[in-house]
Design a protein around this ligand. Structure first.
Ligand SMILES: Cc1cc2nc3c(=O)[nH]c(=O)nc-3n(C[C@H](O)[C@H](O)[C@H](O)COP(=O)(O)OP(=O)(O)OC[C@H]3O[C@@H](n4cnc5c(N)ncnc54)[C@H](O)[C@@H]3O)c2cc1C
Length: 390
């Protein structure tokens, strides 16, 4: 039985481990966390609609449900031939693994003063801290100015993460309305692009605009950010947003750990793969999810559901190579789309974009419960209690 070492226990890595086991491979997963962090559900931590335990699944439960091995330790260095962990354990090609699957996610860009902001797209600890500070403002001070924004990466437009920021601002608005203190807070959205959200299509962009107006959320867009301070955001044209608490999601960039590897990287530091997720020039190494350089249309985006498609493709493509699967190799380019259920705390909207169409379906009230239902399904599937539905 061929052995596959999967490095990174996030959305893509865990799905790769599950899919590879289903093909009959021996699988070992390495992660620096002993749990899977479900980013799409984590938007409810700051508004106290979910606790940390509600948005995580212990790796132990997933590994038992799908019968793979795992080890919890940060990776210290990685190459096509060897993975070294902080606990000094070494995994060598040939001796310990035949195939290597890299699913380590991405780093965030670091604009000036970013330490005065909080991201909900980085470490779980940072989201918890943001939630604590928001609670202090909302429940103790009961008034304040809140800013919410995201940044871009000119070298990798697909690494911009705007969706969760829209979700968070609408969820905070809903929470403040429910507490009947919305009028004591000023909410401002900011982003350096002229049309943030437009990659989902013109209809989605217009709907976001309408929602900002309807909810009384100020909007500052198309202005380059100079720096963040403890009191807010300063733009390059000298104007500023005053803020008591700033939520900011910088765009993604390649992991610094990969710079020392022998993997080919693009100019933004993401791993160069072919359409079958095989790392260019390295026959036994595959990569997926946020750590890879994406090919494809202008509107493409790094998403969890794409990471899961890639995981399935990798399992199939390795099985094909080993003669235990039939058919053609699977390419991620054929499945490139944006799909998201955007939650507002009191409803939501389903957005879909591919080369042919851009669809937006408003889902008042039910959208919120659909996202909750997805969370229940996701946990049952990941722990091996039910099969995958889609
Ligand atoms: C708030 C939020 C909401 C989102 N909502 C959606 C959504 O609704 N739909 C959607 O499709 N996508 C969504 N996304 C995007 C989605 O979460 C990512 O695209 C997805 O997580 C990428 O999966 P990944 O496995 O590549 O990376 P990750 O999930 O980030 O996993 C990377 C893993 O590698 C581990 N790791 C990193 N460095 C090391 C190291 N040195 N040693 C060992 N382990 C390491 C990390 O701990 C982590 O477990 C959302 C993202 C965020 C932040």
């Amino acid at each position: 039985m061929k052995r596959v070492l999967v490095v990174g226990g996030g959305i893509g890595g865990v799905e790769a481990a599950i899919r590879l086991r289903k093909k009959g491979f021996y699988v070992k997963l390495i992660s620096n966390r002993d749990y899977l962090y479900i980013y799409p559900l984590s938007i409810w931590i700051p508004t106290r609609e979910a606790k940390f335990g509600d948005v995580t699944i212990p790796l132990d439960k997933i590994a038992k449900g799908h019968k793979f091995q795992y080890e919890v330790s940060p990776v210290k260095s990685i190459s096509s031939q060897e993975v070294v962990l902080e606990n000094m354990k070494r995994y060598e090609k040939g001796r310990d693994f035949d195939y290597l699957v890299v699913a380590l996610g991405q780093d965030k860009m670091k604009p000036k003063g970013v330490e005065y902001t909080y991201s909900i797209c980085g470490s779980p600890e940072e989201t918890l801290k943001y939630g604590m500070l928001l609670e202090r403002l909302v429940d103790t001070k009961k008034s304040g100015k809140l800013a919410f924004g995201f940044g871009g990466n000119p070298k990798a437009k697909e690494a911009v993460r705007g969706g969760p920021v829209f979700e968070e601002i609408f969820n905070v608005d809903t929470m403040l309305r429910r507490k009947k203190i919305r009028d004591r807070f000023e909410l401002t959205f900011f982003a350096p692009m002229e049309k943030p959200g437009a990659r989902l299509g013109e209809k989605a962009f217009k709907m976001l605009d309408y929602m900002f107006q309807k909810r009384g959320i100020k909007k500052v867009v198309g202005k380059k950010i100079k720096e963040f301070t403890p009191n807010g955001v300063i733009f390059q044209d000298g104007t500023q947003i005053e803020s008591d608490l700033t939520l900011f999601t910088p765009a993604g960039t390649g992991l610094s750990l990969l710079k020392e590897s022998d993997f080919p990287l693009n100019e933004a530091g993401f791993i160069v793969i072919n359409k079958y997720n095989q790392v260019e020039g390295l026959d036994h190494v595959y990569a997926l999810g946020d750590c890879v350089a994406l090919e494809g249309p202008e509107w493409k985006a790094k998403q969890g559901h794409l990471a899961e498609v890639m995981a399935d493709n990798i399992a199939h493509n390795i099985a094909l190579k080993e003669g235990i699967a039939k058919g053609k190799p699977k390419s991620y380019l054929e499945h490139l789309n944006i799909m998201c259920l955007m939650d507002t705390g009191d409803g939501g909207a389903f957005a879909y974009r591919d080369n042919e169409k851009a669809i937006l379906i408003p889902l008042p009230i039910i959208g919120h419960w659909m996202k909750k239902a997805w969370g229940v399904y996701y946990k049952l599937y990941k722990t091996g209690k039910i099969p995958k539905l889609v």
